[in-house]
Design a protein around this ligand. Structure first.
Ligand code: FAD
Length: 463
């Protein structure tokens, strides 16, 4: 009989420890299950569903058409499959998402009750959360000691495993991919996904290209949104099309330490989520529970559409909508603008990103929003408020990025590009631009909204 491998967020054949274990049986029934009890399993939003659709297509091809798809509760589907096929071993890649813990325990219990051996193995993180605790057994709350003393002092991440060949078994009763109805109805999805190659082969190619062409310059260029200086591996890592171990070990030589430290941030976010299951809902700093957030639907809508009148913010929000991804520097700037200049609750921003990012990730998204909002464990202090004009002038000095996503400003000289409202009338006219007609006037004044944010912050810190 075949072993069963339940694919979750490990949509790859290479360096997949749980799959390798199943493959030792020689024959494997590869399974993907859409669980109606967890429709947004681990932060699956609209963009993520489009990605998942393509990723399952790619995995199905790698398996010669034998990715077997089911709809139902895994604790029902898997024991029934095991009984029908006589399978004695069921494997899956462990995902330490607290939102899935109860379900996963129920799956294990149901399978064991049916006489199956269950083997769940970590292929998603570089280190198991238990390996990176403080000596006293409690979790680190600050990144640098977490990474230096927790991660780098632990045994190094294992090398990628060689692939174990197996015969992939097809179940005639499985559903077609279309039955999962993952592809969004909105026409936006086609255009967004045209920016990406999805699947394990594309991920490996992207990593190889990044290492050979961009890694050495990564420390210098990673903060420049117009430079295409980062790996863009985040959706591939999120869906497990590539293992973090493959990324870690491929990165050697100049630039490698910085890149590996970013993979360390991913570990840190996941550790925060493991120890704070409500990371996406509850501020880690309790005083933020009484923060006087503003309800402002018009401002929120302007932010989501990239129509705030602040060029770097608008470029970022449009990049997000058009491509399903946003450069990290600009994620920080757009998030800070929402939370501080507009005083809108970070959770609204977290939800928008969750729906629009192809890399939307329960841990990374929630932890990063808390970090920007100043309510996270290891957060930038709330009173350090990004100025999107200065950020633009520093990190996009030639306006490559803003011109790409806000073409209506493209003829404005660099000097005014990040603050068109300050430009002389004749300059605007020469660029064919009237604020309020061709591009919005800023929806808030940066200086007064900054003061308002500091005032709001004082209300929660006053004893
Ligand atoms: P690279 O610079 O090439 O880094 C390599 C990998 O390291 C990334 O693919 C990612 O897995 C990891 N990484 C890098 N930076 C971070 C970070 N700050 N925190 C955690 N992991 C990191 N990242 C997500 O994967 N999913 C999210 O939903 C997400 N939401 C974010 C929301 C906000 C408000 C902010 C400020 C950041 C968010 N990030 C998120 C972190 C970061 O912006 C992205 O991981 C990064 O931009 C992905 O691009 P890259 O693959 O080219 O990164």
């Amino acid at each position: 009989p075949p072993a069963i491998h339940w694919f979750r967020r490990d949509l790859r054949l290479a360096d997949n420890p749980a799959l390798a274990r199943a493959a030792r049986a020689g024959r494997v029934l590869p399974v993907f299950i859409a669980d109606p009890d967890h429709p947004d399993e681990s932060a699956l939003g609209a963009a993520g569903r489009a990605w998942l659709h393509r990723s399952l297509e790619a995995l199905g091809q790698s398996l010669g058409g034998a990715l077997n798809i089911y709809l139902g509760r895994p604790q029902d589907v898997l024991p029934a499959l095991a009984a029908r096929w006589g399978a004695r071993l069921v494997t899956w890649g462990r995902l330490p998402d607290p939102a899935l813990a109860t379900r996963d325990e129920a799956v294990s219990a149901a399978l064991r009750g049916a006489g199956c051996e269950v083997h769940a193995e970590n292929g998603f993180l570089l280190w198991e959360p238990e390996e990176t605790l403080k000596p006293d057994g409690t979790p680190y709350r600050v990144f640098t000691p977490f990474y230096r003393k927790g991660c780098l002092a632990a045994p190094p991440p294992r090398q990628p495993l060689p692939a174990v060949p197996f015969e992939a078994v097809r179940d005639a009763e499985a559903l077609p991919l279309a039955a999962l109805d993952l592809w969004p109805k909105h026409p936006w999805a086609e255009g967004m996904m045209a920016h990406w190659q999805v699947g394990e082969k594309a991920a490996a190619a992207r990593l190889a290209r990044f290492v050979s062409e961009r890694l050495a310059a990564y420390p210098a260029r990673r903060d420049m949104p117009g430079a295409d200086g980062t790996s863009r591996l985040s959706p591939h890592l999120h869906f497990g099309e590539i293992s973090p171990n493959a990324a870690w070990h491929a990165a050697t030589g100049p630039g490698a330490d910085k890149f590996r430290a970013e993979l360390g941030w991913r570990e840190f976010s996941w550790n925060l989520l493991v120890h704070n299951p409500d990371l996406a809902e509850r501020p880690l700093r309790p005083e933020f529970a009484r923060f006087p957030w503003r309800d402002d639907e018009a401002a929120f809508t302007a932010w989501t559409r990239g129509q705030t009148g602040i060029p770097l913010v608008d470029a970022g929000m449009r990049e997000l909508w058009q491509t399903g991804w946003m450069h990290n520097r600009v994620r920080m700037v757009t998030a800070s603008f929402l939370v501080k200049n507009l005083l809108i609750d970070w959770r609204a921003g977290e939800r928008w990103f969750r729906d629009c990012l192809v890399d939307a990730d329960h841990a990374n998204n929630a932890a990063s929003w808390q970090w920007v909002a100043g309510c996270g464990a290891d957060a930038a202090p709330y009173f350090r408020i990004f100025n999107p004009v200065l950020q633009g002038e520093k990190f996009d000095p030639r306006g490559v990025y803003v011109r790409r996503f806000v073409p209506e400003l493209s003829r404005l000289p660099d000097r005014w590009l990040h603050r068109p409202w300050d430009a002389p009338r004749e300059t605007l006219a020469a660029a064919g631009l009237r604020l309020g007609r061709d591009y919005p006037a800023p929806i808030v004044d940066l200086a007064t909204s900054r003061q308002r944010a500091l005032g709001a912050y004082r209300t929660i810190t006053a004893a």
